[in-house]
Ligand binder design. Structure first.
Ligand code: HSE
Length: 371
């Protein structure tokens, strides 16, 4: 029986992963060992075999007993552990959600509804590191990979509206605290005058007592056009990932230019993205919609009308679901080869946990075929 080690399963992405694995019956037919960075010796969840006890996530020997390691622990853990583990001769499969290994030649970025062929080729070649992509890139590709694959994208800009969850659970909690902090003074000074309420709210946003320990600045009622650290050329690292990861996921050579500005907004767990695609030819909207709709079972083409857009193409509509709606599809006034689109997706599902649990399934099938 395949022995799978789980690390970082108690964090936010890990909890979503565990929930999805339970929902899909992924624990049946495998032996699951749960590791912990802080509570070795404690009790694991009900799926824990091996006596149900938690093992030390830094015990390379114990980790090395697993055929597959599934980590949601973050990049620092991957950097600390994966190298020494490989150095000890471990030949198992490493699956994680971090960016530490993503761009290495011996690592494949997993998003199987989009790049199942790249994953299968890698398995046959003996690749053993598989990592989930950046959430905005994965969600964008769930929506428009069909156009890339049809050779219709000359270049693309993506302007993002990224949820607090992408920055971590603590940021989500602080966002809600900020919301409370902003609405309380308005409740204390009720008024029907919007300018008066605005004055009260902006005062609260600029108040040094607004909770900002996690985010650093006000996010509620505001937005932050900077995510991650800076890169040469004026990009942020989040923006840099757009082109690097898109082309790696699709295995495209020469690469298609992808760039834009990444913005954090006050939504909880759904990212939105406004896309501008320069098409390689003037293709009809109907054909474009058909290519997109047929590219995977989760993408939803939303008619470009007000009612459908406001009902189906918002974080509120999408949160907690695997649907990836794409709408506002129309040709820009820039010319018939310029396509506009807007897409929304749950950052914790397709953007983080879902590709990982599906990779475990793919791996099991691959190994089963071989046995
Ligand atoms: N870097 C993303 C964000 C998270 O900050 O929203 C997931 O890749």
């Amino acid at each position: 029986m395949l022995r799978v080690g789980m690390i970082g399963w108690r964090g936010m992405v890990g909890s979503v992963l565990l929930h999805r694995m339970r929902e899909e019956g992924d624990f049946s037919g495998i032996e699951t060992i749960f590791f912990s960075t802080s509570n070795a010796g404690g009790k694991g969840p009900k799926e824990a075999t091996d006596g149900g006890v938690l093992h030390d996530a830094r015990d390379v020997n114990k980790l090395g007993c697993c055929d597959v390691l599934l980590s949601c622990q973050g990049g620092e853990y991957t950097t600390e552990i994966c190298g020494p583990l490989r150095g000890s001769g471990w030949k198992g499969y490493w699956i994680d959600a971090a960016s530490a290994l993503r761009m290495s030649d011996d690592t494949v970025i997993i998003l199987d509804p989009v790049n199942a062929d790249v994953i299968q080729n890698a398995l046959v070649r003996g690749v053993r590191n598989f990592t989930g992509g950046n959430c905005t890139v994965s969600l964008m590709l769930m929506a428009v990979s069909g156009l890339f694959k049809a050779g219709l994208v000359e270049w693309m800009t993506t302007m993002t509206y990224q949820a607090a969850s992408g920055a971590g659970a603590a940021k989500m909690l602080e966002l809600v605290k900020q919301m409370e902090y902003l609405t309380e003074p308005a409740k204390a000074h009720p008024s029907e005058n919007a300018l008066e309420i605005d004055r009260v709210v902006i005062q609260a946003q600029r108040d040094s007592s607004l909770p900002t320990k996690e985010i650093g600045v006000p996010l509620a009622g505001s937005l932050l056009p900077w995510i991650d650290r800076d890169m040469p050329g004026g990009q942020t690292r989040e923006e840099w990932k757009g082109m690097a990861e898109t082309n790696k996921i699709l295995g495209m050579e020469p690469p298609v230019p992808v760039d834009g500005i990444c913005v954090r907004v006050g939504t909880m767990r759904c990212h939105g993205q406004a896309l501008c695609i320069k098409l390689t030819e003037d293709v009809s909207l109907g054909h474009i919609e058909q290519i997109i709709a047929e590219s995977n079972p989760w993408v939803r083409v939303i008619p470009n009308d007000k009612e459908s857009t406001l009902r189906c193409l918002t974080p509120t509509a999408v949160s907690g679901t695997l649907n990836v709606p794409i709408g506002r599809l129309h040709k820009l006034q820039l010319g018939p080869e310029f396509l506009a689109a807007f897409t929304v997706g749950d950052q914790l599902l397709w953007g983080a946990a879902e590709p990982l649990r599906r990779m475990l399934r793919i791996l099991r099938e691959h190994l089963g075929q071989r046995l």
